[in-house]
Design a protein around this ligand. Structure first.
Ligand SMILES: Nc1nc2c(c(=O)[nH]1)N[C@H]1C(S)=C(S)[C@@H](COP(=O)(O)O)O[C@H]1N2
Ligand SMILES: [Mo]
Length: 339
């Protein structure tokens, strides 16, 4: 029996479990309707068993410094950052042919508030020849046929960004084991894989880092995934809800590494589009959008949502494809029946 099981037990009520060893689970549709995803309802992505780290014994190895303990970390000024955390594999089950890997539908995403200490405060001055900063989690095991540790790197400018955190709290409560307790990295605007959980070591390296989760997995067309693509989801009405011909509100979220500038909604399968009303979230949170619709024709209707961001990027009408199944940001879609 692995340690991951205990957490799986406590969260199955609100999570849709994909695998128990290692523990991987996606959020419920109900939880994703919220502005902020409740902590217990956040998707979990773990490549190995969930490590149990005693906070009193936790010590972070840093480049050119003595180890940092938990009380020492808490002594630094902390800050809060609202972020969308999305697994790069979110939406994989919508790709055809289906790439290998966990069959996430569109629920490997959450929007939460992390509290923590900006990494740049703790890192101090890096050696002048530093090319990347490498982060190691406490977890290891066999993945993709060989023994590996969970390690990832960031460019120096991303590591030193004021919003890159050594996070200790999620939605105001200490991190739970499955989300990386006692301390995880949080890299706003990047796919979730960059936000290394159970962080135990940070190194400055002088050559680009190669690793299983950096340059073999989490790669599209030979390049490691980085920031999230523009994307939206429809949270209301729920799929297959029967509508009566009265006004309904279509509602959802949209996010990107850049600011969301427009969300268009179609109620006729993509022939015509209307602009939704946007409500921007704080920091790197998602943008809520809504639009009124009074259905007049009986029968099945396909509702679509298509987000645009400040770089001019827009969601594609058909699912992109790559061999490992990352970054599916196809237009959001749901079907309702009007009676
Ligand atoms: N140490 C470690 N960190 C990790 C992972 C992991 O398996 N081990 N999974 C990564 C991936 S792929 C994602 S999408 C996010 C998921 O974070 P969550 O489980 O808190 O939602 O954690 C990332 N950090
Ligand atoms: Mo992920």
């Amino acid at each position: 029996m692995v340690a991951a099981d205990a957490d799986a037990m406590t969260t199955t009520a609100v999570l849709d479990v994909l695998t128990t060893e290692p523990y991987n689970a996606q959020a419920s549709r109900e939880a994703l309707r919220e502005d902020r995803t409740p902590a217990a309802a956040c998707f979990v992505r773990s490549h190995f068993g969930v490590p149990r780290i005693d906070t009193d014994r936790w010590c972070l190895r840093l480049p050119g410094a003595a180890g940092l303990t938990y009380p020492e970390l808490l002594a630094w000024p902390s800050t809060a950052v609202d972020v969308v955390l999305e697994c790069a594999g979110n939406g994989r089950s919508g790709m055809a042919p289906r790439p290998p890997g966990l069959a996430w539908d569109d629920r490997a995403v959450s929007c939460v508030r992390f509290h923590g200490v900006p990494l740049r405060l703790v890192l101090g001055r890096l050696p002048a020849d530093t090319c990347e900063v490498v982060f190691r989690g406490a977890d290891s095991g066999v993945a993709h046929g060989r023994r590996a540790r969970f390690e990832r790197s960031l460019p120096v400018r991303t590591a030193l960004h004021p919003d890159t955190l050594l996070a200790t709290h999620l939605n105001g409560l200490p991190l739970t084991p499955e989300h990386g307790a006692p301390v995880r990295l949080v890299v706003p605007g990047w796919y979730g894989v960059a936000s290394v959980k159970w962080l135990v070591e940070i190194r400055a390296v002088t050559e680009p880092f190669h690793g299983l989760f950096q340059t073999e997995q989490y790669v599209v067309d030979g390049r490691p995934v980085t920031t999230t693509l523009v994307k939206s989801m429809i949270t209301d009405p729920a799929p297959d809800v029967v509508l009566s011909g009265h006004p309904v509100e279509i509602h959802g979220h949209a996010w990107s590494n850049a600011r969301i500038t427009l969300v268009e909604v179609s109620t006729d399968g993509g022939r015509t589009w209307r602009a939704a009303t946007l409500r921007h979230g704080a920091g790197h949170a998602w943008t809520d959008w809504s639009i009124d619709w009074t259905p007049r024709r009986h029968g099945r209707h396909r509702l679509l949502a298509r987000a645009h961001d400040a770089t001019g990027a827009v969601q594609p009408m058909s699912a992109p494809w790559n061999s490992l199944g990352y970054g599916n940001n196809v237009v959001a879609s749901t079907e309702v029946e009007v009676r």
